[in-house]
Design a protein around this ligand. Structure first.
Ligand code: AMP
Ligand code: ZN
Length: 468
């Protein structure tokens, strides 16, 4: 097996990747809180994770990837205060928490599809793992890490001496960072909720009985419970955006390692932000939060142009959003596909993946996912003196990692049609109409899709589009 080097936030250096089980990798990627659409900043993180998964698969690893869907417990204030984000949305728009979670989960799955992101092998909702989360709290309670105050049960971070091992910040700095909106009853400002009690004066839609009283789990707990439950003996890589380092992942490590007395994950990988003008992180709370719909589809830009743009910036470097840069990325992608098709029209025999270029490509992607370099190597293949048959085969091989659907004609013949962005957009609008139970609108959108020569099939995991 070829060596893969990954930058591990835990040790702050590039390290050779060694999986716990030979040939198999377990990955946990923190998923969305489904009270709103994902913005393209969030999707940059999911793209980086997709690059990682494809690189591991290209290196012949069998990958099991788990992702959580937070449908309960994420509060408006990250210091375990405020309202549950989904219950708040429910109050604002008059739909149930369940309807909201299911609507935005479907929208998220469609976004992944539009960006050619390989879907996780296991999806789990926070609300489906309440028993496992309660069990984890019980283990922590037995070991003396838990205390109770008026609004819930908290983890005592002062009892976990390695609390700052991921953030590498001094405990004083971490405490300072956590001081905003302080809960006076907490023993330390970095302590975090494991179980929150339901308010006595109102009913929550999402609440469960527990040995400590009716309530709901703290946000960090679900990721620990799901990782331990699904990945057991293959806790290899845990990923997320850089904003998760100081609080969410730090807390996940503390509660998991305190409970199991074993190392949680070996590798922690974090993607840098997508920023909007002036280096400001794109956030759900900011006004110009852009979705696939408003940043790409509505502007007639192919969503894969965003994937192409993300490939051009190393995942640990900030990426700046501008409409212009997406337009340029689309031109770049078009030109790449045209070059590919021109080569294809001159290729007649089954070619071979060129060994020299493959080695270069693999050493670029295995060097902490150097995708900009990998793209440059693809361009060199196109410009090279290789015969068209080998050029084509080499480009196809590289596209397993790049995921740009260079060969959309071939996938067309294989019945795995490259669905045009406009059709995908119609299908998404139809799904929204269905979720809102506006069936006459969803039927007329289905008619429009069929008129264009595509079929839509509904299933438990959302819909599928096919060429008729
Ligand atoms: P959330 O739904 O807020 O929990 O975020 C989902 C994922 O997106 C997490 O891994 C975050 O770290 C990541 N994320 C949030 N904002 C950005 C951004 N502007 N750029 C890149 N990743 C982000
Ligand atoms: Zn998480």
């Amino acid at each position: 097996m070829n060596k893969i080097f990954l930058y591990n936030s835990l040790n702050r250096k590039k390290e050779e990747f060694q999986s716990i089980n030979p040939g198999r990798v377990g990955i946990y990627t923190c998923g969305p809180t489904v009270y709103n659409f994902a913005h393209i900043g969030n999707l940059r993180t999911y793209l980086f994770e997709d690059f990682l998964i494809r690189v591991l698969k290209y290196n012949d690893y069998q990958v099991k990837r788990v992702m959580n869907v937070t449908d309960v417990g994420h509060l408006t204030d990250d210091q375990d205060m405020g309202e549950d984000k989904i219950e708040k949305k429910s109050r604002q728009i008059g739909k149930s928490a369940l309807e909201i979670a299911s609507f935005y989960t479907n929208a998220f799955k469609q976004d992944l599809e539009l960006l050619n992101i390989i879907k996780p092998d296991v999806w789990l909702k926070a609300s489906e793992t309440i028993d496992e989360q309660i069990d984890l709290i019980k283990q922590l309670e037995e070991k003396g890490f838990v205390y109770k105050i008026s609004d819930g049960l908290y983890f005592d971070t002062s009892k976990f001496p390695e609390y700052n091992k991921l953030s590498h910040q001094s405990l004083e700095d971490l405490k300072e960072g956590a001081r905003v909106c302080k809960n006076d009853e907490k023993r330390n400002s970095t302590d975090f909720a494991l179980w929150k009690f339901s308010p006595s004066d109102s009913n929550r839609q999402m609440e469960w009985d527990s040995p400590w009283g009716i309530g709901f789990p703290g946000w960090h707990l679900e990721c620990s419970a799901m990782s331990l439950m699904e990945l057991k003996d293959s806790l290899d890589i845990h990923c997320g955006g850089m904003d998760h380092i100081n609080v969410h992942h730090t807390n996940e490590i503390a509660q998991s390692e305190a409970a199991t007395e074993k190392k949680f994950f070996n590798y922690w990988l974090h993607g840098a932000f997508l920023n909007i003008s002036g280096g400001k992180k794109m956030a759900k709370s900011s006004e110009n939060f852009l979705t696939i719909e408003n940043a790409l589809l509505k502007k007639g830009i192919n969503p894969l142009a965003y994937r192409f743009a993300a490939l051009q910036v190393h995942y640990r470097k900030p990426m700046e959003y501008s409409e212009e840069s997406l337009i340029q990325a689309e031109k770049g992608l078009d030109s790449l596909r045209k070059q590919y098709l021109a080569i294809k029209s001159n290729a007649f025999l089954k070619g071979r993946v060129d060994k020299y270029f493959k080695e270069q490509f693999q050493s670029a992607i295995n060097d902490d996912l150097n995708m900009p370099q990998a793209l440059a190597i693809l361009f060199s293949v196109f410009k090279s003196r290789l015969n068209p048959d080998d050029k084509l085969e080499t480009a196809k091989d590289f596209d397993k990692v790049l995921g740009l659907s260079l060969d959309f004609e071939e996938s067309f013949n294989n019945n795995e049609v490259e669905i045009p962005a406009e059709i995908k957009s119609l299908a998404e609008k139809r799904q929204i109409a269905r979720d809102e139970k506006d069936f006459s609108k969803s039927d007329s959108l289905r008619d429009e899709i069929e008129k264009e020569g595509y079929e839509i099939e509904d299933g438990p995991d959302g819909y599928k589009l096919k060429k008729k």
